[in-house]
Design a protein around this ligand. Structure first.
Ligand SMILES: *[C@@H]1O[C@H](CO)[C@@H](O)[C@H](O)[C@H]1NC(C)=O
Ligand SMILES: *[C@@H]1O[C@H](CO)[C@@H](O)[C@H](O)[C@H]1NC(C)=O
Ligand SMILES: *[C@@H]1O[C@H](CO)[C@@H](O)[C@H](O)[C@H]1NC(C)=O
Ligand SMILES: *[C@@H]1O[C@H](CO)[C@@H](O)[C@H](O)[C@H]1NC(C)=O
Length: 540
């Protein structure tokens, strides 16, 4: 630049000397010194004369390139207009005026620049604390770029300054940029990123062209520290409600998404609210719930497992083949109990004192070769943390009637008028029907018995005969029979067994004997007739 200026002053001195020769004839040019114009502007150079009636003007550039402008001559003035100004206008322009035999010339340099737009700030990605990012500060369509300086400031501090001193072969507008890579820290949040471009086009005026772009540092923080709070608990019972609240730290504040993990691994979106409330929960609502905090730069997840427990529901018992069995058969008793967590099974036997005797923790309780003593009440319990569900079953082991005994008391051979008890007992086999019968002709007469006993008061001769006991249940039948013999008496009035009296009279104890007599007398009285005399007589 300074060298150019020297050239300009040199030319002016020569012109001045030419002008000095003819005092009356003068040439002026406007603007007087150099003109600086931006590409696209419109500028005019005006050349005027004094001291000449009809001057003749001509314009040229110092190196004889095209004018790239329009000339208008009006009397003593000539105007060269460049509209729009282009790179082709950067010349030293000369105006020549001829007046008769005199010739005058004035020149002016036209300097061109291009600096049409504010810088642009570009980021390689969202600004995240701790993650390096590249900032590009871009200045478009600059000419002459060797006079450009770009500075990037963060907050009030300069980060980098760059100029572009390499000289290019061709005149052209170029886009220049500065690049800085840095790692944002928490303190950078809210700071301003400033890109300042300065084009030093005129050192003399010391008024550089400055353009500036400011971008607020929008620093992001990826979601982190995601926390779930569950009220009342992650362990719930059917029908309960639960409220889960999720928080996640980040900048900008993460948006919360609640979803449930399905069995196939997919996620089912439940809510976009931080708080998720589930009401009237069911067992199927058990599972993994996921909260996700999401913002522009990332996501953070947290999971929670909910267990909805169901108190053991119905406990059921299946018996194969049946709860009533014949002795010796096997039986499978299978217990099932619903619930969550799955209940544990406990089989026990109910004892007569009400206690439970544990037998098995298997679902199926098998009794092989059952005996009568296996009969009783079996209890299955379904047990989990929530409770116990209980079911009972009565097992009956049937035994065919056995050990049947048919007896006549006092004897199978009695005298007329005696009392005889015919009794049938059937061991200890339950569920056994006992029928006492007496043979009559070709058939039987069923006797009205109580607990297998039939009492004949004052046996008659016709009470003699065959008595039969039929003992039966679903499993079997047994028959027993006895023959009762009833002997006739000489006198129907004697009721007492002489042997008995002899037995007692044989003892020397008279008083007890009399007591015994009174006892028998009373007994006889009850039966109707009695004669003490005859009784005395018979003992003698
Ligand atoms: C620093 O920059 C801020 C704006 O980012 C401005 O308000 C403040 O005045 C500046 N401080 C100094 C010392 O330049
Ligand atoms: C989120 O909560 C607001 C009230 O806080 C409610 O209006 C909206 O329906 C809720 N959205 C979902 C998806 O539950
Ligand atoms: C009991 O279960 C076992 C095993 O399942 C089976 O082999 C057997 O036949 C069953 N017994 C009865 C009486 O059902
Ligand atoms: C439980 O079942 C297993 C096999 O299924 C068997 O070995 C075990 O003896 C059974 N326990 C009882 C107490 O029945």
């Amino acid at each position: 630049m300074p060298r150019k200026m020297v050239v300009i002053f040199g030319a002016s001195n020569i012109l001045w000397m030419v002008f000095a020769v003819s005092q009356a004839f003068k040439i002026d040019i406007f603007p007087e010194s150099k003109i600086i114009a931006q590409i696209g502007d419109s500028i005019s150079l005006t050349c005027s004369t004094t001291g000449c009636e009809s001057p003749s003007f001509s314009w040229r550039t110092q190196i004889d390139s095209p004018l790239n402008g329009k000339v208008r001559n009006e009397g003593t003035k000539s105007t060269l207009t460049m509209d729009p100004v282009s790179l082709g206008n950067e010349h030293y322009y000369l105006c020549t005026v001829i007046c008769e035999s005199q010739k005058l010339e004035r020149g002016i340099p036209v300097e061109i620049y291009s600096f049409p737009k504010d810088p642009e700030i570009h980021l390689s990605g969202p600004l995240e604390v701790g993650k390096p990012v590249t900032v590009t500060c871009l200045v478009p369509d600059v000419y002459p770029f060797e006079r450009l300086e770009i500075e990037l400031l963060k907050g009030n501090r300069s980060v980098k300054t760059q100029d572009f001193l390499e000289v290019s072969e061709m005149k052209s507008q170029e886009t220049k940029s500065l690049e800085v890579t840095f790692t944002p820290i928490d303190e950078d949040i809210g700071k301003a990123l400033v890109c300042q471009a300065t084009l030093h086009i005129n050192e003399i005026d010391s008024q550089p062209q400055v353009r500036e772009t400011t971008k607020k540092l929008q620093v992001y923080i990826s979601p982190k520290d995601t926390v779930i709070s569950v009220n009342p608990s992650t362990s719930l019972q059917e029908g309960d409600s639960v409220t889960m609240t999720c928080t996640s730290e980040g900048l900008p504040a993460p948006q919360i998404f609640w979803s449930k993990k399905l069995d196939n691994g997919n996620l089912q979106l439940l809510s976009e609210n931080a708080t998720l409330t589930l009401i009237a929960m069911r067992m199927e609502d058990s599972g993994i719930y996921m909260c996700e905090g999401v913002n522009l730069v990332g996501k953070d997840r947290k999971e929670v497992k909910l267990i909805v427990q169901v108190a053991p529901g119905d406990t059921t018992i299946l018996i194969s083949p049946s709860s009533i069995l014949e002795e010796g058969r096997s039986v499978n008793m299978t217990c099932s109990s619903d619930g969550l967590p799955a209940p544990k099974i406990l089989w026990s036997r109910l004892l007569s004192n009400g206690d439970l005797q544990p037998l098995s923790e298997n679902t199926t309780l098998t009794l092989t070769s059952t005996k009568m003593e296996d009969s009783g009440i079996y209890v299955c319990e379904g047990i989990n943390q929530v409770g116990i569900s209980r079911k009972e079953v009565e097992l009956i082991i049937q035994v065919a009637p056995k050990d049947i005994r048919l007896t006549a008391f006092p004897s199978e051979s009695v005298k007329e008028g005696d009392t005889v008890i015919i009794s049938c007992t059937c061991g200890n086999v339950p569920q056994t029907l006992i029928i006492l019968k007496k043979k009559a002709g070709s058939g039987y007469i069923v006797l009205k018995s109580t607990d297998g006993a039939y009492t004949i008061h004052r046996a008659q001769l016709e009470d003699a005969g065959v008595y039969e006991c039929e003992s039966k249940n679903e499993v079997g039948l047994q028959l027993r029979s006895i023959t009762l013999d009833v002997k006739g008496r000489e006198s129907n009035k004697h009721y007492f067994s002489p042997e008995l009296l002899v037995l007692y009279c044989a003892s020397s104890l008279i008083i007890p004997a009399i007591g015994m007599i009174i006892y028998f007398a009373r007994k006889a009285n009850m039966k109707g007739s009695y004669s003490l005399v005859e009784a005395q007589k018979s003992k003698v």
